[in-house]
Design a protein around this ligand. Structure first.
Ligand code: MTE
Ligand code: MO
Length: 260
């Protein structure tokens, strides 16, 4: 691949992405753009964080090769997100929302219940102690935000697919739609295939400690195959539905697919 001027430090990342997309084969490029090409998506699929010229170069090298693994990761929603050793964890893990941490929901554990709605056999609400009794697993994965940062963290919780099975969800439905406690509302639809992905998790702990307020106490949905905004925090309800109900960032033009 020819050296390009975009490797000059400080160059606009967007231009860099445009250039890298040009290096893709025709069909792949069309599918990639249709799938919502973005800096975040590219970061997600290459595993490289585009923060400086050398990481940009590494990313482009991967994209230009465009091997089967990369193709599989973009076009196959069942592909596994990479996992990392504890030594790779980013400390401290960043807080991010559309407001400052001071304005993050403060949820009292005793008052909180997870409401279950829509196409499920059992619409019972779940208290935190009840949810904590479900089998949990720990995953160290990378979280990628469209705003241009990524960080590796350790999340513990119950695979969402186990919970969906437990409540008798109709897994032929198109979406699981999450609503959050944020004061101006935050919500996000997740396609059923991703909801059933083995790494998609109802997360109760961060770094082996009860999920702090910053990261979504008492529960967030951790989706390592999707961009950060598809990982709702402070979740208060989930609805199994065939209706596309939109989402906070999705409604502002971010692609709902946003990941693999
Ligand atoms: N309820 C809620 N969930 C949310 C957000 C939010 O503003 N409110 N922001 C999203 C975005 S854009 C990102 S990058 C991650 C940030 O999660 P973190 O604070 O644990 O890093 O949460 C996602 N989930
Ligand atoms: Mo984000």
């Amino acid at each position: 691949m020819a050296k390009r001027s975009f490797l000059i430090p400080g160059v606009d990342k967007r231009l860099l992405i445009k250039d890298s997309i040009k290096t893709m084969p025709d069909v792949t490029r069309r599918r990639f753009i249709a799938g919502g090409a973005s800096l975040g998506a590219l970061t997600l699929l290459t595993g490289c964080d585009v923060v400086d010229s050398s990481s940009a170069e590494a990313m482009l090298a991967k994209v230009s090769k465009f091997n089967d693994a990369v193709q599989d990761f973009i076009f196959n929603p069942d592909a596994l997100a990479p996992t990392f050793p504890e030594s790779a964890i980013t400390k401290p893990f960043p807080f991010n929302a559309y407001y400052d941490l001071d304005d993050a929901p403060e949820i009292a554990a005793d008052d909180w219940k997870l409401e279950v709605r829509g196409l499920v056999d059992n619409k019972k609400s779940w208290t935190l102690p009840e949810l904590y009794k479900l089998p949990q697993v720990t995953q160290i994965t990378r979280h990628i935000c469209v705003e241009g940062w990524s960080a590796i963290g350790s999340w513990t919780g119950t695979p969402l697919r186990d919970f969906l099975k437990l409540i008798g969800a109709d897994t032929r439905a198109k979406y699981v739609w999450f609503q959050c406690a944020d004061k101006d509302g935050y919500n996000s639809p997740l396609d059923m295939r991703t909801a059933l992905h083995p790494q998609t998790q109802m997360t109760f702990k961060y770094a082996n400690e009860i999920l702090p307020r910053a990261y979504g106490f008492p529960m967030k949905i951790r989706v390592p195959t999707k961009l950060g905004f598809k990982n709702p925090k402070y979740v208060v309800s989930m609805e199994v539905t065939n209706d596309y109900k939109g989402g906070y960032w999705e409604d502002q033009g971010y692609n709902s697919f946003s990941g693999s």
